[in-house]
Design a protein around this ligand. Structure first.
Ligand code: PEP
Ligand code: MG
Length: 841
């Protein structure tokens, strides 16, 4: 048969077939045949053959049926290239007719034989003849003349007799399954699962293992691991006198497989068959190099293996399965590393809504920081802190967050904002804290004055009502669904260690506080690639001091006010250096515009006037004077460092004093100092001169030497273009792709959320460029900046520290253009480590 038609192939150990021509199921069955497992005889139809059937080709039944003995019943199952793409349901018991009914009544009993026939008449009527399923509703399948009633119902509706010959039945089944695959709905469904538009379908025709009849007969499924945890556990069910997946139907009186306190088991009922089955399953695992779910039938105590499919698994189970296959030397470690989709690690790193739980979706936005958390709604940072003090979980709901909300975000379990995109304030802070966060939730109305939010369906959620923020998919849910805890277990650690063995690009973390640094270390970041120092200034005591700095009358006054900040900064750096224990720490000098430290509303201004002992009008006037039309393009970063240099001086001194305070005799600390928002080399020259002078002063005062490395944050297009001028003045560049994206597109990172969805939907941008690095535009600047920088300074260390540093696609690009490391939020470090390892394997 194989020679005459390569598209209709009896599955033998060396029949020519592949998943790409005959589908995954056919290929898997061939593997099982090669393992000498008791697989019923099977014929595979190729994609081309099935395509032909759908187009009206009449199959050559003689060639198909040659493989089977005349009295055999058959079943047909789909075999798509990737089993996850699905396909039409299997049709069993093809070949049942009046004659077979009487033969089978003799061998397996009249009741069992009648049941098979009735089942087949029904499934043929519905799936092949496409009759209305209702026609059998009033018929009693237990009545003595049930068969003739069913046949009559078919004949009435189809206006022809039920086909009695196998050829006609089988041809009908094959054609209907082939056509079902070509239907528009089926195509859209599989495309949603990642199948290409022209994905093919193969079909397998298998001799039926009946599962009903005399002796212990039945069917079931078995897998050796738990799909949720990946832990070793016999999982599955067995049902006597059943076929297909009947054992898995709810309400079926199915048995456990292994002996179990909760009820009877196959192991007790048919111990020899159970032992054989577990051996077969273990062989499949070893030889197919995968955890397989095995579909089996028992016929009078004899095991048949009908099929094997890859075990469905949660992300945490996937990690455990891959690690255990490698530990058992079934697959190499590198392969275990390759088998895990990096982003899937997010499911392990954070609490998640249980995928099985019901979701009451009340709104959607951009999932800006993964994980899910439940809490009572609060509308201000102060309420969040009060709630945390009472030990109550809360969700901080704001139109958008600003630096004043950081304390509230620390106190909250999750954050939800109406505005903003992937790199808005709430998103960046949320990711840094590992706090679930949804931003840009424009499908809800935020009536923050009235202390309520209104869902798309009109439901109102007030302060104190409980909601759940799912930052993994951007949903806001009413109430508290069931959750799954984070799972940083030993297999996760093992997988990450293996990943590091292969990785060839560094991974650091963006960490602003000792708490962030601890998280970064727990995820084994190699260092800190970006410490945004301004975060420290938002701590309550530093904020007051900072406001005094802003309101100082001239440089001298300002230096005095800064004296209060110096020890606080120094202590923080000491703590960070000690935590990092010799790992690199890159400290970015003050970056934000000053007005961010000032209150925005009247009562805040009044409090400030009181604290500074100044008239309210004075305070208001000074605050207004700091307002800028475009603060993100205004007086911030190095521009502030040059025009109001006292802040920078204080920071440099704090860093150097901390350096000396934390380094031991033999373990020097070498701080990395980074200048933000540079666009011209002269800026670097000026700042460098000042910092060198402060270093010299500290060395003299303390009578001790130290080294430091100065670097430039390349986050304006001009800095990238003029990298050749800038590089000779520094030792490293770190690409700040958040601002670089903002400035390259001329696209506000805080407002882009408003139109990003329609832009992406209409294909203006392939993806949100704040989320996935725009390799063509922003990437071009990175490439140019890296090349030009290294041309002038071959030892220049290059890295990226924008949010893109944690995205697998962006890491591939960074590696390609020769960057030394990427730096991302601590919770994204494992994803980055795994993605980077996969690039190197
Ligand atoms: C950047 O601009 O890419 C960056 C890392 O800095 P920030 O997000 O603090 O502006
Ligand atoms: Mg920036």
């Amino acid at each position: 048969m194989q020679q005459s038609d390569p598209h209709i192939t009896l599955i033998t150990p060396d029949a020519p077939m592949s998943a790409a021509t005959h589908g995954g199921r056919a290929k898997c069955l061939q593997r099982l045949v090669r393992l000498d497992l008791p697989v019923p005889k099977t014929v595979a139809l190729s994609f081309d053959a099935v395509h032909g059937l759908a187009a009206g080709d009449v199959p050559d039944m003689t060639s198909v049926l040659a493989a089977f003995s005349e009295s055999q019943l058959l079943c047909v199952r789909p075999s798509s290239e990737d089993p996850d793409w699905g396909g039409p349901g299997a049709i069993l018991n093809i070949g049942m007719n009046d004659m077979r009914l009487s033969e089978l009544s003799d061998s397996i009993g009249a009741e069992a034989a009648t049941k098979l026939y009735l089942k087949f008449i029904q499934s043929y009527s519905i799936h092949v003849a496409r009759l209305d399923p209702d026609i059998f509703d009033d018929l009693d399948s237990g009545a003595p003349d049930a068969v003739s009633d069913f046949l009559a119902a078919y004949e009435d509706e189809a206006e022809e007799a039920f086909p009695q010959d196998l050829d006609t039945q089988l041809a009908g089944v094959l054609r209907s399954m082939a056509r079902a695959w070509e239907g528009t709905t089926a195509r859209l469904l599989r495309q949603a699962k990642g199948a290409p538009a022209d994905a093919g379908l193969g079909l397998v025709i298998q001799a039926m293992a009946l599962g009903v009849g005399r002796g212990e007969s039945g069917s079931g499924v078995l897998q050796l691991v738990n799909s949720d945890t990946g832990l070793r556990q016999f999982t599955g069910r067995y049902l006597s006198q059943s076929q297909g997946r009947d054992a898995l139907q709810t309400g079926a009186a199915a048995l456990f497989l292994q002996k179990d306190d909760r009820g009877p088991s196959l192991e007790e009922k048919a111990p020899a068959a159970f032992a054989q089955l577990t051996e077969h399953a273990a062989l499949m695992r070893r030889k197919l190099r995968e955890e397989m779910q095995c579909e089996f039938t028992l016929e009078n105590g004899e095991i048949c293996i009908l099929d094997g499919v890859r075990v469905q698994r949660s992300a945490r189970a996937a990690v455990r399965i891959a690690v255990s296959l490698a530990e058992d030397k079934i697959i190499p470690r590198e392969e275990a590393v390759m088998r895990i989709e990096p982003r899937a690690l997010n499911e392990l790193l954070h609490r998640q809504v249980d995928p099985e739980a019901e979701r009451d979706v009340v709104g959607t936005g951009i999932g800006a920081s993964p994980g899910a958390a439940t809490g009572k709604i609060v509308f201000t940072a102060a309420e969040a802190q009060a709630s945390a003090a009472r030990g109550e979980a809360c969700v901080l709901v704001r139109r958008e967050t600003n630096p004043e909300d950081i304390r509230g975000m620390h106190a909250a379990s999750a954050a939800l904002t109406e505005r903003g995109g992937m790199t808005s304030h709430a998103a960046v802070i949320g990711r840094g804290l590992g706090l679930p966060c949804v931003v840009g939730a424009t499908s809800m109305r935020f009536q923050t004055r009235k202390k309520r939010i209104v869902a798309a369906d009109g439901r109102i959620f007030k302060e104190g009502d409980v909601i759940t923020v799912d930052g993994t998919n951007g949903q806001i849910l009413g109430g508290e669904p069931r959750m799954l805890e984070a799972a940083l277990d030993d297999s996760f650690q093992t997988l990450m260690d293996w990943a590091d063995e292969s990785r060839d690009i560094g991974v650091r973390a963006n960490a602003d506080t000792p708490a962030d640094a601890r998280t970064a270390l727990a995820f084994q970041a190699e260092g800190i690639g970006l410490c945004r120092t301004e975060h420290m200034f938002f701590e309550a005591d530093q904020l007051i001091a900072m406001r005094e700095v802003i309101f100082a009358n001239g440089p001298e006054d300002r230096s005095v006010a800064l004296q209060a900040l110096l020890p606080m900064q120094r202590d923080m750096f000491v703590e960070l250096f000690e935590l990092m224990a010799g790992r690199p720490l890159c400290i970015r000098l003050f970056d934000p515009p000053l007005h961010e430290f000032l209150p925005t509303d009247r009562s805040g201004l009044r409090d400030l006037a009181e604290a500074l002992n100044l008239p309210l009008s004075d305070v208001t006037r000074r605050v207004e004077a700091l307002v800028e039309y475009n603060p993100m393009l205004g007086m911030r970063g190095v521009r502030l460092g040059i025009t109001v240099p006292e802040i920078l001086d204080m920071q440099a001194r704090a860093i150097f004093e901390a350096t000396l305070d934390s380094c031991g005799e033999n373990d020097p600390v070498v701080p990395e100092i980074m200048i933000p928002l540079v666009s011209a080399k002269r800026e670097v020259e000026l700042v460098k001169t000042r910092i060198d002078a402060i270093a010299a002063a500290v060395k003299t005062e303390r009578g001790r030497e130290f080294e430091y490395r100065l670097g430039v944050m390349v986050e304006t297009p001009r800095a990238a273009l003029r990298a050749e001028d800038i590089a000779p003045h520094c030792e490293f560049f770190s690409f700040g792709t958040n601002d670089l994206t903002q400035m390259t597109y001329g696209l506000s990172r805080d407002d882009a959320g408003r139109f990003m969805s329609p832009y992406v939907q209409q294909g203006v941008f392939p993806e949100d460029p704040f989320h996935t690095l725009d390799q063509e535009g922003v990437g071009e600047l990175l490439r140019l900046g890296a090349e030009r920088g290294r041309r002038a300074q071959p030892n220049l260390t290059l890295s990226v520290c924008g949010e893109h540093g944690g995205s697998p696609e962006s890491i591939a690009f960074c590696r390609e253009i020769g960057l030394d490391y990427v730096s991302c939020s601590p919770f994204r470090v494992p994803v980055a480590r795994l993605a980077a390892a996969q690039l190197a394997i």
